[in-house]
Design a protein around this ligand. Structure first.
Ligand SMILES: *Cc1c(COP(=O)(O)O)cnc(C)c1O
Length: 441
């Protein structure tokens, strides 16, 4: 067991028996053979369930509101198609995202447009389609006014607790914006913010301030009947015990080439309050739910990662394996560009799972490299305990990657093809699959 000495502490993703059954069915090997490279699996039923769980929290608190999927978290069409069918809104930040949402059947009135310094083309289509535009700057507001059409806007608040944020309007700019909205007859529907971090209390505090701002705006004759609290609902990837142990024990010897990471740079892979529970905590803090009801203010939210929780995974094929002192170096048929956490001086920590043909197996520690010529192209820097020494042709499955991991940093570097997305339809009595976007479409 010498190959075990330097393995990093285990960090298994929460068990997912339904997905494990699919992974054990032989389907991933068939897909790997058919597609000839790494691929992503998508589970749209999970997305639907996550959106419904957020809506249930709003209903339970007696708060009128709306869930918008923050599209940047994953580019697949399937999520947007589900949004169109289930009445979930979509949050877009570019002309391409807006086009895609409209093309997948989402109505303009169900789209919120965020992002800084929006391009004129984006603003024009957004106004023509009746989208709700979260205004980030005064000059942007002027460009909307210059279009000379009725436009629906929210004013994005610069978070006072994050004064260095480059997004939103400060207090003085808000005053100016309100007067301009009044004087030009824009449909000023309310205010918005998007906070970094995952603290429910910080969201509740700023939301309460926005409710007060709505009352003030109404005194100017503006509609101001909704606020958007953005996204940032944490995802809980693993349990507290494994997470705390990982943070306590991880050290450079656990990583290939003695690589070191600052624990503060890791995503908080365990969150005691996550997803819809985090929304419940926001609504409960400072009696926010009651304040929204009394003021007649609707609550909009824009979760990205949290709607994709457990809604996908990423499958690589083992292409080579080398034994080094105390651990192995596995090379897979893709690159770390398909696991975007690796590009934020961090590491995607939920452990990959080996799908191996080996019958008899002894655990084996290995890091995972991409099939490129860059030393730094590591899909996993740490030495993970795998269930066996992988063989060429085995598969490595990275769990719960739909939120941001799949495609925010992808590139066909080295002429490696981008991993296709395979949608799993689990509704019937057998699992069926299709490509998310047909390559010829
Ligand atoms: C990125 C972003 C979101 C989504 O954030 P998550 O952390 O994925 O929930 C929502 N709203 C805005 C304005 C964003 O920029």
């Amino acid at each position: 067991m010498s190959a075990f000495l330097s393995a990093a502490p285990p960090l298994p993703a929460h068990p997912d028996p339904e997905l494990a059954a699919i992974l054990g069915s032989g389907l991933p090997h068939e897909l790997s053979y058919a597609l000839g490279g790494p691929f992503h699996l998508l589970l749209p039923d999970r997305f639907d369930a996550n959106a419904a769980a957020f809506r249930a929290v709003l209903a339970e608190a007696g708060v009128e509101g709306r869930v918008y999927y923050a599209k940047k978290a994953n580019k697949a069409a399937t999520w947007i198609e589900r949004c169109a069918l289930t009445g979930t809104g979509v949050d877009v930040a570019s002309a391409g995202e807006l086009r895609d949402a409209l093309g997948c059947g989402v109505r303009g009135e169900d789209i919120v447009v965020t992002g800084p310094a929006k391009a004129d083309g984006l603003l024009r289509v957004a106004v023509l389609q009746g989208c709700l535009i979260a205004v980030d700057a005064l000059d942007e507001l002027d460009r909307i006014i210059a279009l000379g059409r009725p436009a629906r806007v929210l004013l994005r608040r610069l978070p006072p607790a994050q004064p260095h944020s480059r997004f939103g309007l400060d207090e003085g700019e808000l005053e100016t914006a309100l007067v301009r909205c009044r004087d030009t007859g824009l449909v000023m529907e309310g205010f918005s913010f998007h906070l970094s971090g995952y603290d429910p209390r910080a969201r509740a505090e700023l939301a309460a301030e926005l409710v007060d701002l709505c009352l003030k705006a109404r005194a100017l004759g503006l509609r101001a009947d909704r606020i958007s609290i953005g996204g940032g609902f944490a995802v809980d990837y693993t349990d507290a015990e494994h997470w705390e142990r990982y943070l306590r024990e991880q050290r450079p010897e656990h990583y290939h080439a003695g690589k070191s990471f600052a624990p503060a740079d890791f995503y908080p892979y365990h969150s005691p309050v996550a997803g819809p529970d985090a929304l419940r905590a926001v609504l409960a803090a400072d009696g926010l739910a009651g304040r929204l009801r009394e003021a007649g203010v609707r609550l909009l939210l824009e979760p990205g990662r949290a709607l994709l929780d457990r809604a996908g995974c990423t499958v690589f094929r083992v292409q080579g394996i080398k034994d080094r002192a105390g651990y192995g170096i596995v090379t897979v048929d893709g690159s770390s560009l398909s696991l975007s956490e690796q590009w934020f001086s961090s590491e995607y920590l939920p452990d990959p799972v080996l799908l191996s043909a080996a019958v008899v197996s002894e655990p084996y520690a290995a890091c995972v490299g991409g099939a490129t010529c860059l030393e730094s192209d590591m899909v996993t820097w740490r030495k993970v305990r795998l269930s066996a020494r992988p063989a060429v042709g085995d598969l490595l499955v990275y769990p719960n990657t739909a939120g941001y991991q799949m495609d925010s940093n992808e590139s066909p570097f080295h002429d490696l093809p981008l991993p296709p997305k395979v949608v799993l339809d689990t509704a019937g009595d057998r699992v069926r699959w299709r490509l998310d976007r047909h390559p010829l479409a």
